[in-house]
Ligand binder design. Structure first.
Ligand SMILES: [Zn+2]
Ligand SMILES: [Zn+2]
Length: 225
């Protein structure tokens, strides 16, 4: 079964649409990205209504901020892990903990931007649990895997092709990192490292981050060593 991957940059974020027998979307960018996503969907060979599921890699505002707009455009159901569900459903903006020096500086610098990240409260339709979720019922040869560390409820999508969509298990673009590495923000860095090892053992070929372009697992193996 051919699998097509489409990627869209939304400010500093990236979202993805994956099409095989079915169609899903991963992340939705920061608040107010709905119109940009709607325009983008017209440029790729996907009918917005084909998208059945929106998987949010975690509950931070720059990933979930436009989920309700995308739901309106596509009619898709929204999936998020139970541990991050409250962030989305309360509309609260949670600034993540810094784990690098630049992370600590960036946290102070970015904090005044909080109003830009305000988003309307959402509603999760599919609550993801620690055991993950097969995507076969959605026509996608792959699965959702619980990969905690950046947040307690972070998840990744791994396709049978080895393509892995990992949200903020890595940062690979300005203003975070200039090359693929571990994220500058994480609630549990040792846990994040464990999640990476567990994911890589499952045969990852290409990593698609929530910030920055795709890269090979070798780059992350270096960061883990
Ligand atoms: Zn995040
Ligand atoms: Zn992010």
């Amino acid at each position: 079964m051919p699998i097509d991957i489409y990627s869209k940059r939304l400010g500093i974020n990236r979202c993805y649409v994956i099409k095989a027998d079915g169609c899903i979307m991963i992340d939705t960018g920061p608040p107010k990205s709905g119109r940009a996503i709607e325009k983008w969907l017209k440029t790729i060979p996907i009918n917005p209504q084909e998208i059945q599921l929106i998987i949010l890699t975690h509950g931070h505002a720059d990933h979930v901020g436009s989920a309700m707009s995308v739901k309106k455009i596509t009619g898709a159901r929204i999936a998020l892990h139970e541990y991050d569900k409250d962030m989305f459903e309360s509309g609260d903006i949670v600034w993540p903990s810094a784990v690098t020096t630049w992370g600590r500086v960036a946290r102070v610098l970015f904090r005044p931007l909080t109003p830009l990240f305000r988003f309307p409260k959402g509603k999760v339709d599919v609550v993801l649990r620690n055991e993950g979720l097969s995507l076969v019922d959605y026509g996608i040869p792959g699965k959702v895997i619980h990969t905690p560390g950046h947040t307690p409820g972070s998840v990744s999508v791994l396709l049978e092709t080895g393509d892995a969509f990992v949200g903020c298990m890595t940062h690979n673009s300005f203003p975070f990192r200039l090359s693929p590495d571990l994220p500058i923000f994480a609630e549990d860095l040792p846990g994040l490292r464990d999640s990476w090892r567990m994911l890589l053992e499952q045969g990852v070929e290409t990593i698609y981050p929530g910030h920055g372009g795709s890269f090979s697992p070798d780059d992350i193996l270096k960061a883990l060593s």
